[in-house]
Design a protein around this ligand. Structure first.
Ligand SMILES: Nc1ncnc2c1ncn2[C@@H]1O[C@H](COP(=O)(O)OP(=O)(O)OP(=O)(O)O)[C@@H](O)[C@H]1O
Length: 358
């Protein structure tokens, strides 16, 4: 098994904001005691609805923002103990791809200057070598080398994301974090960018951490998946097992909400039932219990801990995990919530239709 490259140990991040209504500060536990290990060379996905804390987790993991508690280890070293020069070196090792890669960048910089910038900052190569590498990177992400002299606004969304990927690769990182890297793109373009990322990962020996609210995006690319709900990991499992037989009811609901291949069916309940509770005052016990079709009295009272990994490497935080036999996309006799059953029936129908047209 590959070595652990990135590890979160009881990681916490709280945000305190002034509450104009009551004049008292309110605290959001955006990341609340997260433990996880990302192994070198894997694609590790973090999924959950908007507001579950995925982006905050990624930012704390890479020291873009400080943790409020716990620790992060990169290649076995505690990030909080790094000296400033070592933090700069870390910036070279870990790169981000954002949903809109240019929203925070200078629109007057050419594509070439934007891709070259990380090399300049980290003092990689001579000017001529950097320019040559910009051209190579552009071609590697599927754009002509001449794109270097143009400006980001001259490109389509998919092309801009390719430029963002070239920029992320410029400093020769070991870990690339994609924060919703394709969610702003059309579905047809999404697949192309996902495939590009998968190819580049192999070619450059990268470790990928992909954050997504849409499970369809990571279904074919992730090796392992962590499911987050209100700042906590509720399930962590190899991707295939998670999609086929989810063990947490929240995962089941997310899998059931995967958009269907047929657009006519895509609208049907493509979301988890109920609203995400106010993160300032999360429910007691299991935070998912008010939305859970399987909740029992204990769930409202006692918070379930994330179980130790089983033989398959699966972990789940659910009191009912042992007596429920949930099913996502597996076609076995199992328990499903009525909503998940309806979605599953539609999915099975869509898959059967696809099979007959192949
Ligand atoms: N700078 C901040 N100040 C106050 N609260 C914040 C801040 N950043 C995030 N939060 C809160 O922390 C919680 C988690 O937010 P986060 O953006 O990490 O979630 P997410 O799952 O990545 O959602 P999204 O996909 O919408 O970005 C939310 O309740 C959010 O309002």
């Amino acid at each position: 098994m590959n070595r652990v490259i990135l590890e979160a140990i009881a990681l916490e991040r709280r945000f305190t904001t002034d509450n104009p209504m009551f004049g008292t500060p309110t605290v959001v536990h955006a990341v609340n005691g997260v433990n996880l290990k990302v192994r070198q060379g894997e694609t590790f996905a973090i999924v959950g609805e908007s507001g579950c804390g995925k982006s905050t987790l990624a930012r704390v993991l890479t020291r873009l923002i400080p943790a409020s508690g716990g620790a992060v280890h990169f290649a076995g070293r505690d990030l909080s103990l790094l000296k400033p020069a070592e933090v700069r070196a870390l910036r070279r090792e870990i790169q981000f791809i954002f949903q809109d890669p240019f929203s925070s960048l200078n629109p007057r910089m050419t594509v070439g200057a934007l891709i070259e910038e990380p090399m300049r900052v980290h003092k990689i190569g001579t000017r001529a070598e950097r320019r040559a590498r910009v051209g190579q990177l552009l071609e590697r992400v599927g754009l002509p080398a001449q794109a270097a002299s143009r400006f980001p606004h001259e490109f389509s969304g998919g092309q801009r994301q390719r430029i963002g990927i070239a920029r992320a690769l410029a400093s020769e990182p070991t870990v690339v974090i994609g924060d919703e890297p394709v969610s702003a793109l059309d579905v047809s373009i999404q697949a192309q960018v996902v495939n590009l990322l998968a190819d580049l990962k192999e070619e450059f020996g990268l470790t990928l951490v992909v954050i997504a609210h849409d499970l369809a995006v990571i279904r074919h690319m992730a090796d392992r998946v962590a499911v987050m709900y209100l700042g906590e990991i509720v399930e962590l499992a190899p991707a295939e097992a998670l999609f086929e037989t989810p063990r947490h009811p929240y995962t089941e609901a997310l899998v059931a909400a995967i958009p269907l291949p047929d657009p006519a069916m895509r609208r049907a309940e493509a979301r988890v039932a109920g609203e995400l509770p106010n993160p300032i005052a999360p429910p007691p016990g299991c935070k998912f219990h008010p939305r859970c079709p399987y909740a029992v009295e204990r769930c409202a009272r006692e918070r379930p801990a994330l179980s130790p990994a089983d033989a398959q490497g699966r972990q789940v935080a659910c009191h009912r995990a042992a007596d429920l036999s949930l099913s996502g996309l597996a076609e076995t006799e199992t328990v499903r919530s009525p909503a998940a059953q309806r979605r599953f029936d539609l999915y099975a129908k869509a898959r059967a239709a696809e099979a007959t047209t192949e």
